[in-house]
Design a protein. Structure first.
Length: 338
């Protein structure tokens, strides 16, 4: 068999581990693996190259993706969709494994309905893909957020300051919530739960009055209810607008209330570097399982884990919108706010 693999959307630590899993299993069974370069763009433009066992041997240690990525939307037009389907045939593929978030896999699900023989593997540091509680890169990203907060707290403490940390995640608050909790943030703001800036300030005031004269505020970049800077500028082919600027807005409000405050935008630091153990191990297992599904001709599915079991779900679930943080979880997190 000739199996194609592509990675689409933002890169994430652990993508290479999934590729390694695919190539190892495929080669064991005598299949060939073709790396489609730059996500869907590679399928549309037929940019691809074979992946050897030798090449992937050590890649589970590395962040990023050895087959590159892009935010190309194959469903941008009828023509690009047709070209993607043509590319699959022209490259002589028997099956395609697409690794990506809701954009990449959503497009994959729709192309599957047009006849693309595809399997999906969930990836995104944002952790917001419906139908799965695992997405490649999230575990590493929240480690990075946690480490950043560990570092920021010592400087906040020394200067008796408030530091507001802006955390990626687009329209979901998973990274800010989990990274914020693990890093000991004293207040967390996520897009799913509207709060008033006065609530944040009141909380900080309580803390300072109780003698703790420093605070960390974790805020998800996708928070737009303070309406600071959410621009209408469309940044990619999937129609996403630029998010961010909210940490600066909150820090300014805190300053106006009489505290010394700074803000930090973690940005792409959260996507770089080596994957965590979980982001090495699970993607490798999912890669192996995805090849098994291609062998069986079971297309239109996404592979993921539930507990310690590898499971499959219909790929169509990814088109249901984003998986948001449930309100109950935020309620529980409030136990740690000042
Ligand atoms: O979807 C992953 C993500 O890192 C989001 O958290 C973030 O908003 C976006 O990608 C950034 O996109 P880009 O890398 O294109 O700037």
């Amino acid at each position: 068999m000739r199996i194609g693999v592509l990675t689409g959307g933002g890169d994430a630590p652990g993508l290479n581990s999934a590729i390694r899993g695919i190539v190892f299993r495929a080669h064991k069974k005598g299949h060939e693996v073709i790396g489609i370069l730059r996500g869907w763009r590679g399928l549309i433009e037929q940019q691809a190259r074979p992946l050897s066992l030798d090449e992937v041997e050590e890649i589970h240690r590395e962040g990023g993706t050895v087959i590159l990525t892009s935010r190309t939307n194959p469903l941008k037009s009828e023509e690009t969709a047709a070209k993607a389907l043509e590319g699959f045939k022209a490259l002589g593929l028997d099956g395609l494994i697409a690794i990506g978030g809701e954009d990449t896999l959503g497009a994959c699900a729709k192309l599957a309905h047009k006849g693309l023989r595809a399997i999906g593997i969930p990836k995104t540091i944002d952790h917001d893909v419906p139908g799965t509680e695992f997405t490649i890169g999230f575990d590493t990203a929240i480690e990075i957020v946690t480490e950043a907060l560990d570092r920021l707290v010592t400087t906040a403490k020394s200067h008796e300051r408030v530091i507001v940390v802006e955390i990626m995640g687009r329209h979901a608050g998973w990274m800010a919530l989990f990274g914020g909790l693990a890093g000991g943030a004293h207040f967390i703001v996520i897009p799913e739960q509207k709060v008033d800036v006065d609530e944040i300030i009141a909380s900080i005031r309580r803390r300072f009055e109780a003698g703790k004269r420093y605070a960390l505020v974790a805020v998800a970049e996708g928070v737009t209810f303070f309406a600071p800077k959410a621009s209408d500028e469309v940044i990619d082919e999937f129609g996403h607008v630029k998010v961010g600027g909210v940490a600066e807005y909150i820090a300014n409000a805190i300053k106006k209330a009489g505290f010394e405050a700074r803000h930090v935008v973690l940005g792409h630091l959260q996507r770089g570097g080596s994957p965590s153990v979980r982001d090495r191990l699970i993607p490798m297992l999912l890669g192996v399982k995805a090849v098994e599904l291609v062998e069986k001709g079971e297309f239109g599915k996404m592979v993921t884990i539930r507990g310690e079991q590898i499971i499959t779900v219909p790929l169509d679930v990814v088109t249901e919108g984003i998986r948001a943080v449930p309100p109950e979880l935020y309620e529980i997190a409030k136990a740690f706010f000042a």
